[in-house]
Design a protein. Structure first.
Length: 171
């Protein structure tokens, strides 16, 4: 897949990127802003296993993975109390094609509370004041109008894959 940068004498954030033909003239800053808006509600829904909220922004594969992870943790008596404190450094890392569908890989970091409790509510890992910086990588896939519900007017972006690349304790 080719990523072209128009040769303009504009500030970096104003430059237009063209990814293949299906993503022509899509402004990267607009895309990043759109993704940044969906990070907090999507992560909170993922932590809670809130399928209805995840359906707004995620592919069926991400939703199934979330449900399986939640079920596995609960079967082991592990319950997470994660709270997002801050989101930063949202950047486009890479662009790809999956078949004919554009994929944009986005990286970002959060500061979040890390607290794991057992069935009785006793803290087993972290704590209510344990803050970690977590680095995430998301694969965003463009979904065509014909692949959406009836009445869709334009392509949309869905979270296709999520990965924690690492975490570091702050406090």
């Amino acid at each position: 897949m080719k990523l072209f940068l128009e040769k303009q004498m504009l500030p970096y954030r104003s430059r237009k990127y063209v990814v293949g033909t299906r993503l022509s003239r899509y402004l990267v800053p607009d895309f990043v802003a759109e993704v940044q808006e969906m990070i907090r509600p999507t992560l909170i829904a993922y932590f809670k296993g809130d399928v209805e909220t995840l359906k707004k922004n995620c592919s069926p594969e991400v939703i199934e993975r979330c449900k399986a992870e939640k079920q596995a943790y609960e079967s082991q008596g592990m319950f997470f109390s994660n709270k997002i404190l801050h989101i930063s450094d949202v950047e486009v890392h890479e662009t790809k094609l999956m078949g004919n569908s554009p994929i944009i890989i986005v990286v970002f970091q959060t500061q979040q509370i890390y607290c794991v409790m057992d069935k009785e509510g006793s803290i087993t890992e972290g704590g209510k004041d344990t803050i970690q910086t977590v680095l995430y990588q998301w694969a965003m896939q463009q979904i065509d109008v014909e692949d959406q519900e009836e009445g869709a007017l334009y392509p949309i972006w869905r979270l296709r894959e999520t990965q924690q690349l690492g975490m570091k304790a702050l406090i």
